[in-house]
Design a protein around this ligand. Sequence first.
Ligand SMILES: Nc1ncnc2c1ncn2[C@@H]1O[C@H](COP(=O)(O)OP(=O)(O)OP(=O)(O)O)[C@@H](O)[C@H]1O
Length: 118
Amino acid sequence: MRRFFKAFVYAWNGIVHGVKAERNMKMHVLAAIVVVVAGVLTKLSPVEWFIVMILIGGMFALELMNAAIERVVDLVTSKRHPLAQQAKDLAAGAVFVFAIFSAIIGLLLFVPKWLNFM
Ligand SMILES: Nc1ncnc2c1ncn2[C@@H]1O[C@H](COP(=O)(O)OP(=O)(O)OP(=O)(O)O)[C@@H](O)[C@H]1O
């Protein structure tokens, strides 16, 4: 049981470190706050909130994984290597793909509601 709780502490430390050390994570926190405020003002339905939560959670999780991959690559080599470049660029690409689709889904969720308000 102690090991189980320790795992939570390590995971929490990882999240705190990620938010403190990664500029992109700070941007995601800011974006998440803006989206949640917009969601409250737009009166999203429960299903729409589930979608927003999956997108915000997925974005945070992917960004943390990207930061982890960057650190492992830097640990393995401080020299320039095509595989190091590919590993970092692939991880960054994964974040970018999720961000693009999140933005599209966000627009599809919010814009029709805002147009209805007008
Ligand atoms: N060891 C390396 N060998 C070859 N190319 C690398 C190496 N390290 C980084 N790069 C290239 O430089 C880019 C920037 O790397 P960097 O380590 O600064 O990460 P980053 O994506 O800028 O993340 P952050 O801004 O969070 O530090 C990588 O995406 C990769 O293309």
